[in-house]
Design a protein around this ligand. Structure first.
Ligand SMILES: [Zn+2]
Length: 383
């Protein structure tokens, strides 16, 4: 099957982040097993989802992991000109479908080269590592990485994360965490503002703390010019609270994210915020003993990626792709998780992130061809 034929099949599985991915996973598993390659599954607790990995080639140190995710983002509310789950050749050099670019295109490239890979006499192995629930917080990659490490006796060296980068080697990425903060105050007539604790007023204080924290990091010189913006950002994007101007709000909820440059640590920033929350709790419990601030992370922090230009991985990926200038990206992906797992990691894949997550998502046929070419080269290099 060609990459386009495989991509046609892959996009027909409308598996969103959060959904069961067994349909697409089983199709990929069956496809891989045709070539007498053993596959390993890393299921979730309920058995409704699973990541898949496999090794092609010998059990020798120094192999290369090709990583991608099988889930996509929803299409609701988007104005699509074609059926998003049918790969449509627009006649304009582009193939349209949800996931064509992010990132089933890369999966299709890997699978299209598999016949050649399985026939080659590889001196070092190639691994496929395909995850689920990437789009809702890179949830399955940590377990997948651990499973790879415990399954194989040999140690892979590199991980190529095939997120759309227009085949540019990406060596840096911000980390991210999304947090929900719930403030429980006490309700009352607005004239009693000194006797009650307004959840809105306290939320405002906490939100300003977050903004001040961001500014303090910048002032402390925590700058990385490879990124836009070149500092860690903290931002509150949603707030719900209150019922009327003359009623003190007893409940407030706000959602925020922290996107860190590699030199900052998400967990440290959150810990500092939580310490401030505790300080406020102890002060305000004198007025209202039930006062409480609760923080919940939507998902564990996704670590940043910070691969040094001097790492072997950079020279290695440059030998596979025509784009020689490295870059950084602002979006979150699984690269930091693979890097934390001990594999030198870079992002490099076909298609542009500008086309991801939107209506009429597409991949240029030329990009898909370049993705196939990269993996062919990889096979050649390892043979
Ligand atoms: Zn993606």
């Amino acid at each position: 099957m060609t990459a386009t034929q495989i991509l046609t099949k892959l996009v027909s599985f409308p598996v969103l982040g959060g959904d069961s991915n067994l349909s697409i996973m089983n199709w990929i598993k069956d496809y891989i097993e045709q070539f007498d390659i053993e596959t390993y599954l890393v299921p979730n607790e309920e058995g409704t989802k699973a990541s898949l990995h496999c090794r092609i080639g010998p059990a020798i140190d120094g192999g290369v992991i090709l990583s991608g995710h099988m889930d996509v983002v929803p299409v609701e509310g988007q104005d699509w000109a074609t059926d998003p789950f049918v790969l449509t050749d627009g006649g304009d050099g582009r193939l349209y479908a949800r996931g064509s670019c992010d990132m089933k295109g890369f999966l299709a490239c890997c699978l299209a080269v598999l016949p050649k890979m399985s026939r080659a006499i590889l001196k070092k192995p190639i691994y496929f590592a395909f995850s689920y629930d990437e789009e809702i917080g890179c949830l399955s990659a940590p377990e997948l990485v651990e499973h790879i490490k415990s399954t194989y006796t040999e140690k892979p060296k590199y991980a190529i994360i095939g997120e759309p980068s227009m085949m540019q080697p990406i060596v840096g990425q911000k980390g991210i965490c999304v947090i929900e903060t719930i403030v429980n105050g006490s309700a009352g007539h607005s004239s009693r503002i000194r006797q009650e604790v307004s959840a809105i007023h306290e939320s405002a204080r906490l939100i300003i703390w977050l903004e001040n924290k961001m500014n303090a990091l910048v002032e402390a010189g925590r700058i990385d010019d490879r990124f836009t913006p070149p500092h860690s950002s903290l931002h509150v994007g949603q707030i719900n609270a209150g019922i009327a101007p003359n009623v003190i709000a007893d409940k407030s909820l706000f959602k925020w994210d922290v996107r860190v440059i590699p030199q900052d640590v998400t967990e440290d920033i959150i810990a500092e915020f939580e310490a401030y929350c505790q300080e406020r709790e102890s002060i305000l419990r004198e007025t209202f003993p039930g006062f409480e601030i609760k923080n919940a992370q939507h998902h564990p922090p996704v670590p940043p990626l910070d691969t040094a230009e001097s790492d072997d991985a950079v020279a290695f990926i440059k030998s596979l792709t025509p784009i020689q200038e490295t870059g950084t990206v602002a979006y979150a992906a699984e690269a930091g998780q693979f890097s934390n797992g001990g594999f030198q990691s870079v992002i490099c894949g076909p298609g542009s992130i500008a086309q991801a997550h939107r209506a009429n998502e597409f991949i240029d046929i030329e990009q898909l061809d370049m993705g196939v070419e990269m993996i062919r080269k990889l096979v050649g290099k390892l043979s």
